[in-house]
Design a protein around this ligand. Structure first.
Ligand SMILES: [Zn+2]
Length: 882
């Protein structure tokens, strides 16, 4: 009896508490009456067949509901490359939204403070919330995640279902409604334009970004693009969420949905605990989605977490980084998939069958945008549930990891990277220091000279200590890459990398960095933090005669192009110049004083060498070349990167498409034609060709016109009249074999340049180089190698490789760059590297008055191979031959 009474009282208390805790949720649920449903705003329910909204419609919906919902706050985080405002939509309980700034401060302390007391930690774990950042549809053809966003937001703002309201109290969901707003609008406009035609759902011609297209997911180490920096800052500097998910799509015949974990290989520098957390989130997703009746979810498939170029670079910054991938429709047009059309790619799933990595295969049939939206909602809800379930543990894990990494940096070598201020290309050192700071890494300068491990360093040299919370990233981007070789079975096939295998910042930039494996209190006592944008641009005096820009610095080419564009005179030194203690290399740029020049100098990071008095110099004038850059409509990212590099160095150019070649008078309008890395068959015929088979794309026909016979004639006339051609990668195929110059009506000249591509035989000999940094020996004292050291690392993907021969007629050739005989690989992975030993990878050719520069590597690969940039710049400025 007494026991029963006690139980009654207990139940009463429990009911009282439950009601009390429910009350605020009910209140906020009531205010949801005014929240506009997505279909009222868009005029259709998101996910409806053949309907897409654009970026502006999406943002205006979010802003409308923000004005009436206490659970949503929009914060602008920057601008896209084409100027659209980018946002985070914060979604959480009313209390959390009110307290965002306080919660942000808790995130910062958990992420970056290794010295919190136990009691301070406990109170932060209790007060803190798990911040989950979801970045949607960075690849604009992958429309599903952004199209699902309004439904997810509406559900979270209006629901009063208890588990969800509890999740919103534990978790702050941060949605970047679209990672690539420019591309989203391009794709939606394209889809609407061709809707109801036979090209409905065809691929967008060109790239869905100002510059880089799909490679926006390859930019998170180099941070070259504005949108990349806006997203990277969220997990490097500002909000420091504990969980990040990036949302993608795969092909229509793939599994329906991929959740973490990824497949091997994984990054060696990342702590075990992070991989375990990605598994917990992924396992809960596959469980929750399968329970909800969603078939075809898989994990441990196709994608790896070895390479750090994507948004998941956050993993190297102690953030639980997740990736999801979903099967596609044709933008918004449904697809019917025959059951036996379903396929898998081998890595993690060898056949499309029930298996541990995909326990419930999807059977095939109709697949619609509404299905995709349903999968997206389910996967997002599962993430919130997991984050809520483990709130305390996740927050604790974050601060533990901060402590562990700082401790690792104090106890495990290497302890510091030291970058001498004196460098071959000082402008790249400066850019690298600023990049590290953008990544949230602290960089210091030595307050006086110091010696360690037998090396002497000067006052002002730069030091990056490893005892920092983001130690995994520091190590990853400062060391050389050594691919973790793993096999599918003992002694079996090697698990190939998903993407490239080298990204070391010092090696790619040609910056000297010393890895120090001895800890030194002396060094640590001399560290002064770099707290502002790093520059070495001392005040330039008002009165001077001449400024000389050292050709060794990439930035000097920017100064030269800017000056030429302003109509001022630029000249290059014919010989090296000795000035007191300074030796200025041959090819440096000489520019006379002018008010316009002073404005240019102000924006540089390095000051030129100043001559106060007139001096007789041996110089050759430069003219601004008229450059045509060839870009196809075939998602031509390499051309896009080239445009980006040209714009960054103020190099003017005109984009020409292959289909326009017939009509362009190249000889009259241009001095240089640049062919980035693209297949000869796409350039010539507007079709993919593999072996002897052609593959027709789904682009509307106006985008698949090739150079054609007449266009090629125009190109050869340009060469014949003294034009210069620069080409790299697969486009060099255009210039192999028999070529023909037509002069007037009757005269035809057949010729073959004294060069051939021998890469096919080299591949047969076993060379496999998925994208690695390899050693190249350069010809010294040639106009193409001005400002270059005798040996550099270039970014190589296995082809082409050249062999030159004795020229005939009015032709000539010089081997400008070649692989050494052995020890070719510098960073990354390469099988049978000796197969390219002593072979040519950069060649200069002459035909009459025309010149060609053919690269066997990408000199500007993803704007991340700065050590080779000058080879391209010099090629643009190549003097005429007689
Ligand atoms: Zn994608």
């Amino acid at each position: 009896m007494r026991l029963n009474q006690l139980a009654q009282i207990f139940i009463l208390i429990l009911v009282f508490f439950l009601l009390g805790s429910l009350l605020p949720y009910q209140i906020s649920a009531q205010s949801s009456q005014a929240i506009l449903a997505p279909e009222q705003h868009f005029g259709f329910k998101p996910g409806a067949d053949r309907m897409l909204f654009d970026y502006e419609e999406l943002i205006s919906y979010l802003q409308k509901v923000e004005s009436v919902s206490p659970r949503l706050k929009m914060v602008e985080i920057g601008k896209s490359p084409m100027g659209r405002a980018m946002y985070i939509a914060f979604i959480s309980s009313e209390n959390n939204i009110k307290n965002l700034n306080h919660l942000k401060e808790i995130n910062r302390q958990l992420a970056l403070d290794p010295d919190l007391s136990d009691s301070a930690r406990e109170s932060l774990f209790n007060e803190g919330r798990v911040f989950c950042l979801a970045t949607l549809s960075m690849h604009s053809g992958e429309v599903g995640p952004s199209q699902a966003a309004p439904l997810i937001v509406y559900k979270l703002l209006t629901t009063d279902e208890l588990p969800i309201v509890k999740w919103l109290d534990d978790v702050v969901l941060m949605i970047v409604p679209n990672h690539n707003p420019d591309g989203m609008d391009m794709v939606v406009q394209h889809y609407r334009k061709y809707k109801n035609t036979k090209y409905e759902g065809s691929s967008l011609p060109g790239i869905y970004h100002k510059y880089v297209g799909h490679d926006n997911n390859r930019d998170f180490v180099t941070l070259t693009q504005e949108d990349t920096r806006a997203i990277s800052r969220i997990f490097s500097q500002t909000w420091l969420p504990q969980v990040v998910v990036e949302k993608h799509q795969m092909g229509s015949t793939d599994p329906r949905y991929f959740v973490p974990p990824s497949h091997d290989p994984i990054a060696e520098n990342v702590e075990a605990g992070l991989w375990n957390w990605t598994k917990i989130f992924g396992s809960n997703m596959i469980k929750d989605m399968t329970e909800a009746g969603l078939a075809g979810v898989c994990h441990s498939y196709a994608f790896d977490d070895y390479w750090p170029g994507g948004t998941t670079t956050c993993i190297w910054k102690n953030t639980i980084g997740l990736l999801t991938e979903m099967a596609s429709v044709k933008y918004a047009t449904p697809v019917f998939v025959e059951p036996n059309e379903m396929e898998v790619d081998g890595k993690g799933l060898a056949e499309y069958k029930k298996s541990i990595n995909m326990p419930l295969p999807w059977p095939g049939g109709w697949w619609r945008l509404s299905d995709m939206v349903e999968y997206e909602i389910a996967s997002t809800m599962s993430m919130l549930k997991t984050a809520s379930m483990y709130r305390n543990e996740i927050l604790k894990f974050r601060n533990n990891l901060c402590r562990t990494e700082v401790e690792n940096g104090k106890t495990k070598p290497p302890f510091y990277y030291i970058l001498p201020i004196e460098q071959h290309d000082q402008s790249e050192l400066i850019a690298m220091v600023n990049l590290l700071r953008e990544h949230g890494i602290k960089v210091y300068r030595l307050s006086s000279a110091a010696a360690i491990e037998g090396k002497s360093f000067n006052m002002g040299d730069l030091v990056v200590p490893l005892a920092q919370p983001f130690r995994p990233l520091i190590k990853e981007v400062m060391e050389k890459q050594d691919f973790p070789v793993r096999h599918y079975t003992p002694d079996g096939e090697i698990i190939r990398p998903y993407d490239i295998t080298s990204w070391s910042l010092p090696l790619h930039r040609g910056v000297k960095a010393f890895e120090i494996k001895t800890r030194s209190e002396n060094i640590e006592n001399l560290l002064l933090e770099v707290t502002e944008d790093f520059k070495l641009n001392k005040e330039v005096p008002l009165n001077f005669k001449t400024a000389i820009f050292d050709v060794n610095n990439n930035e000097s080419f920017k100064a030269a192009f800017q000056t030429l564009k302003q109509g001022l005179k630029v000249e290059r030194l014919n010989n090296k110049l000795n000035l007191a203690a300074t030796e200025i290399p041959k090819g440096s740029f000489v520019i006379s004083n002018d008010p316009k020049l002073k404005a240019i100098i102000k924006d540089l990071t390095i000051a030129p060498i100043i001559l106060k008095e007139s001096m007789t110099l041996e110089i050759t004038p430069l003219t601004l070349p008229r450059i045509a850059l060839v870009e196809t409509y075939f998602h031509d990212m390499d051309a896009g990167w080239t445009r980006f590099v040209f714009d960054s160095y103020s190099i003017p150019f005109t984009v020409v498409h292959p289909g326009e070649f017939e009509k362009i008078d190249f000889a009259k309008d241009y001095d240089v034609i640049v062919f980035p890395n693209v297949d000869k068959s796409i350039l010539m015929e507007g079709k993919y060709k593999s072996k002897d088979e052609y593959y027709v794309t789904d682009y509307p026909p106006e985008f698949t016109k090739g150079i054609g016979k007449k266009g090629l004639e125009n190109l050869m006339t340009f060469l014949d009249k003294g034009g210069n051609i620069i080409s790299w990668g697969r486009s060099t195929g255009l210039f192999m074999g028999k070529l023909e110059i037509t002069r007037g009506k009757d005269e035809k000249e057949e010729f073959q340049l004294p060069v051939q591509d021998i890469s096919e035989n080299i591949q047969k000999a076993g060379l496999y180089c998925p994208g690695s940094l390899v050693k190249t020996i350069l010809l010294e004292d040639h106009p193409l190698t001005l400002g270059m050291p005798p040996e550099i690392g270039v970014f190589f993907r296995g082809r082409p490789v050249f062999a030159t021969s004795i020229p005939s007629f009015d032709m000539d050739r010089r081997v400008i760059g070649k692989f050494p005989e052995k020890d070719i690989l510098i960073s990354g992975y390469c099988e049978k590297q000796e197969a390219v030993g002593d072979k040519t990878n950069l060649v200069w050719l002459k035909k009459g008055k025309g010149q060609l520069v053919l690269f066997g590597f990408n000199p500007q690969f993803r704007a991340s191979t700065q050590a080779a940039f000058k080879l391209l710049f010099n090629a643009l400025l190549l003097p005429k031959v007689k």
